[in-house]
Design a protein around this ligand. Structure first.
Ligand code: FAD
Length: 470
């Protein structure tokens, strides 16, 4: 075994949290190396190419968008701490999104990056609840950004301000879809973070998608002197005297580090020490992606950036026992951001995401897996179409579609290592990032800050708290 390398800090995983932690540590002169199992960075938020086209894996929208000049926000903190100029991320705000409930979306609440729009929608649809909504928004503003306020159940928390159960469910739906690892409810502290991220701040996207942000992060990391080893998974952590003493790579090589930051998840990190994973339910998704030879606006879909749909009045956010739950989902049109005059994505993109049951996908023979994907693709898309205006003529979507792709929870597990393809990881989080080993810390998904901005903030805060301050 070769044990030549010794680092101040070894980071496991080159997703957003690992890159952000790496930049922060390298800026402060730490000898830091990121070990990534795959040959691409980004993890849950990377991109891939098929047939010469680039597809974003995770990015629907960057949350927490605020216009230039707004102070004291998560986006501002990330930019400042990673020494990134705001313009480098090239973020363009959304046009507008909505939550639509009912068999064909009869009850709709629109929202934009201006919370006054959502407030007036609540007033229009649920008049008597608008004061409660205002008080809820004020209560959320008062929750500290750190995310460690213990507030209990989000459903109970919202229920203290809002009496109409349909409105409670409509407000929770996007927040759970974009950031809850728990079935049917979420932690109220996490709710406050997500409420701020989606409703008080908002959505944005760079025209070229997530690769713009990845390029910036990689360049900052390189400039700061960080090392990165790709196709270099960590398969084992050696432990002695309550500390990690070495990392064994997939190749068998062993490296040493004073401190280790793992971004791969709680159970996944435990597995590197031979600890069997827990059996708590995990939430996974399927996503269908259709590439169109025209802008979505030409099919009558030019107004919506993201649509969160649910056919009932109560939103059930559970791990489905079957392959997919098409009763609810997320529609995303990456074309529908304000990219500026004459700036358009070259092709249309129509993405639909629904909850999916990992157990019903794993282990299927290849042929069956492929045919099930084709069938589920149609089910998912047809469900979403109920919530969109009908295209100008029947068959217009099929005629406009030039390429498709789809992922399932097993795809997510294969490419990111997340147990059972769980995008938001374990329902049990580890907010202070500590583990029972004195020099091993968690950041990213299972530390508890979720999403693109959350993952970067998590990397920064854990690096600050446990490594730079020690
Ligand atoms: C379909 C989808 C849509 C999404 N939409 C949005 C959105 O619109 N807005 C938003 O804010 N967020 C969104 N997200 C969530 C967001 O992408 C993630 O929360 C965030 O990227 C998580 O980053 P992370 O660094 O914590 O973890 P990860 O991205 O999972 O990074 C972990 C890395 O570790 C690597 N790894 C795993 N095991 C090992 C090992 N043993 N050795 C070495 N490397 C290893 C993995 O390959 C991966 O690169 C979405 C995610 C998905 C999948």
């Amino acid at each position: 075994m070769n044990s030549g390398s010794k680092y101040d800090v070894a980071i496991i995983g080159a997703g957003l949290s690992g890159l952000a932690a790496g930049i922060r540590l390298a800026h402060f002169g730490k000898r830091v190396c990121i070990f990534e199992r795959h040959n691409a960075v980004g993890g849950l938020n990377g991109f891939y190419s098929i047939g010469g086209r680039k597809y974003d894996v995770g990015l629907h929208a960057v949350t927490n968008y605020v216009p230039p000049g707004v102070k004291g926000t998560p986006l501002g903190k990330i930019l400042r701490q990673l020494r990134i100029d705001r313009e480098e991320f090239q973020l363009c705000p959304q046009k507008g999104s909505r939550v639509s409930f009912g068999p064909a979306g009869e009850r709709t609440l629109r929202f934009t990056n201006d919370v006054a729009v959502l407030e007036s929608e609540v007033d229009r649809l649920f008049g008597s609840q608008v004061d409660g909504f205002r008080r809820l928004a004020d209560a959320v503003r008062a929750v500290p950004l750190s995310g460690d306020a213990a507030l209990g159940s989000a459903r109970a928390f919202v229920g203290t301000f809002i009496g109409d159960p349909v409105l409670v469910n409509m407000l929770l739906c996007p927040l759970m879809f974009y950031g809850s690892a728990r079935e049917d409810d979420m932690d109220a502290g996490q709710f406050a973070i997500m409420f701020r991220a989606l409703y008080l701040e908002g959505f944005a996207r760079p025209l070229e998608g997530v690769r713009v942000m990845m390029r910036v992060l990689l360049e900052k990391f390189r400039q700061a002197g960080g090392e990165r080893r790709m196709k270099c998974g960590v398969r084992e952590l050696r432990v002695e005297g309550g500390r990690v003493t070495g990392l064994v790579l997939d190749s068998g090589e062993e490296v040493a580090a004073d401190q280790v930051l793992s971004t791969i998840g709680l159970a996944e990190t435990g597995a590197l020490r031979g600890i069997p994973p827990d059996s708590r339910p995990r939430l996974g998704y399927v996503e269908t992606i259709s590439v169109l030879n025209r802008q979505p606006s030409e099919l009558g879909w030019g107004e919506d950036t993201i649509v969160f749909f649910n056919e009932g009045e109560r939103f059930e956010y559970r791990n489905p026992s079957g392959q997919v739950d098409t009763r609810s989902g997320i529609i995303c049109f990456p074309n529908n951001f304000e990219y500026g005059e004459g700036r358009l994505l070259p092709e249309g993109v129509f993405r639909v995401t629904c909850l999916a049951g990992y157990g019903a996908w794993v282990g299927l023979p290849e042929e069956r897996y492929r045919s099930d994907k084709l069938r589920v693709f149609d089910e998912v898309q047809n469900s979403a179409l109920r919530f969109l205006p009908a295209p100008p003529e029947p068959g217009a979507l099929a005629a406009a579609t030039v390429a498709t792709d789809m992922f399932t929870p097993t795809t997510v597990e294969r490419y990111t290592g997340h147990l059972r393809g769980a995008i938001y990881g374990s329902p049990v989080k580890c907010p202070d990032g500590r583990t029972e080993l004195s020099n091993l810390f968690l950041c990213g998904t299972d530390q508890g800050m979720l999403g693109i901005v959350g993952a970067m903030l998590s990397g920064i805060s854990i690096a600050n708290q446990h490594i730079l301050r020690s």
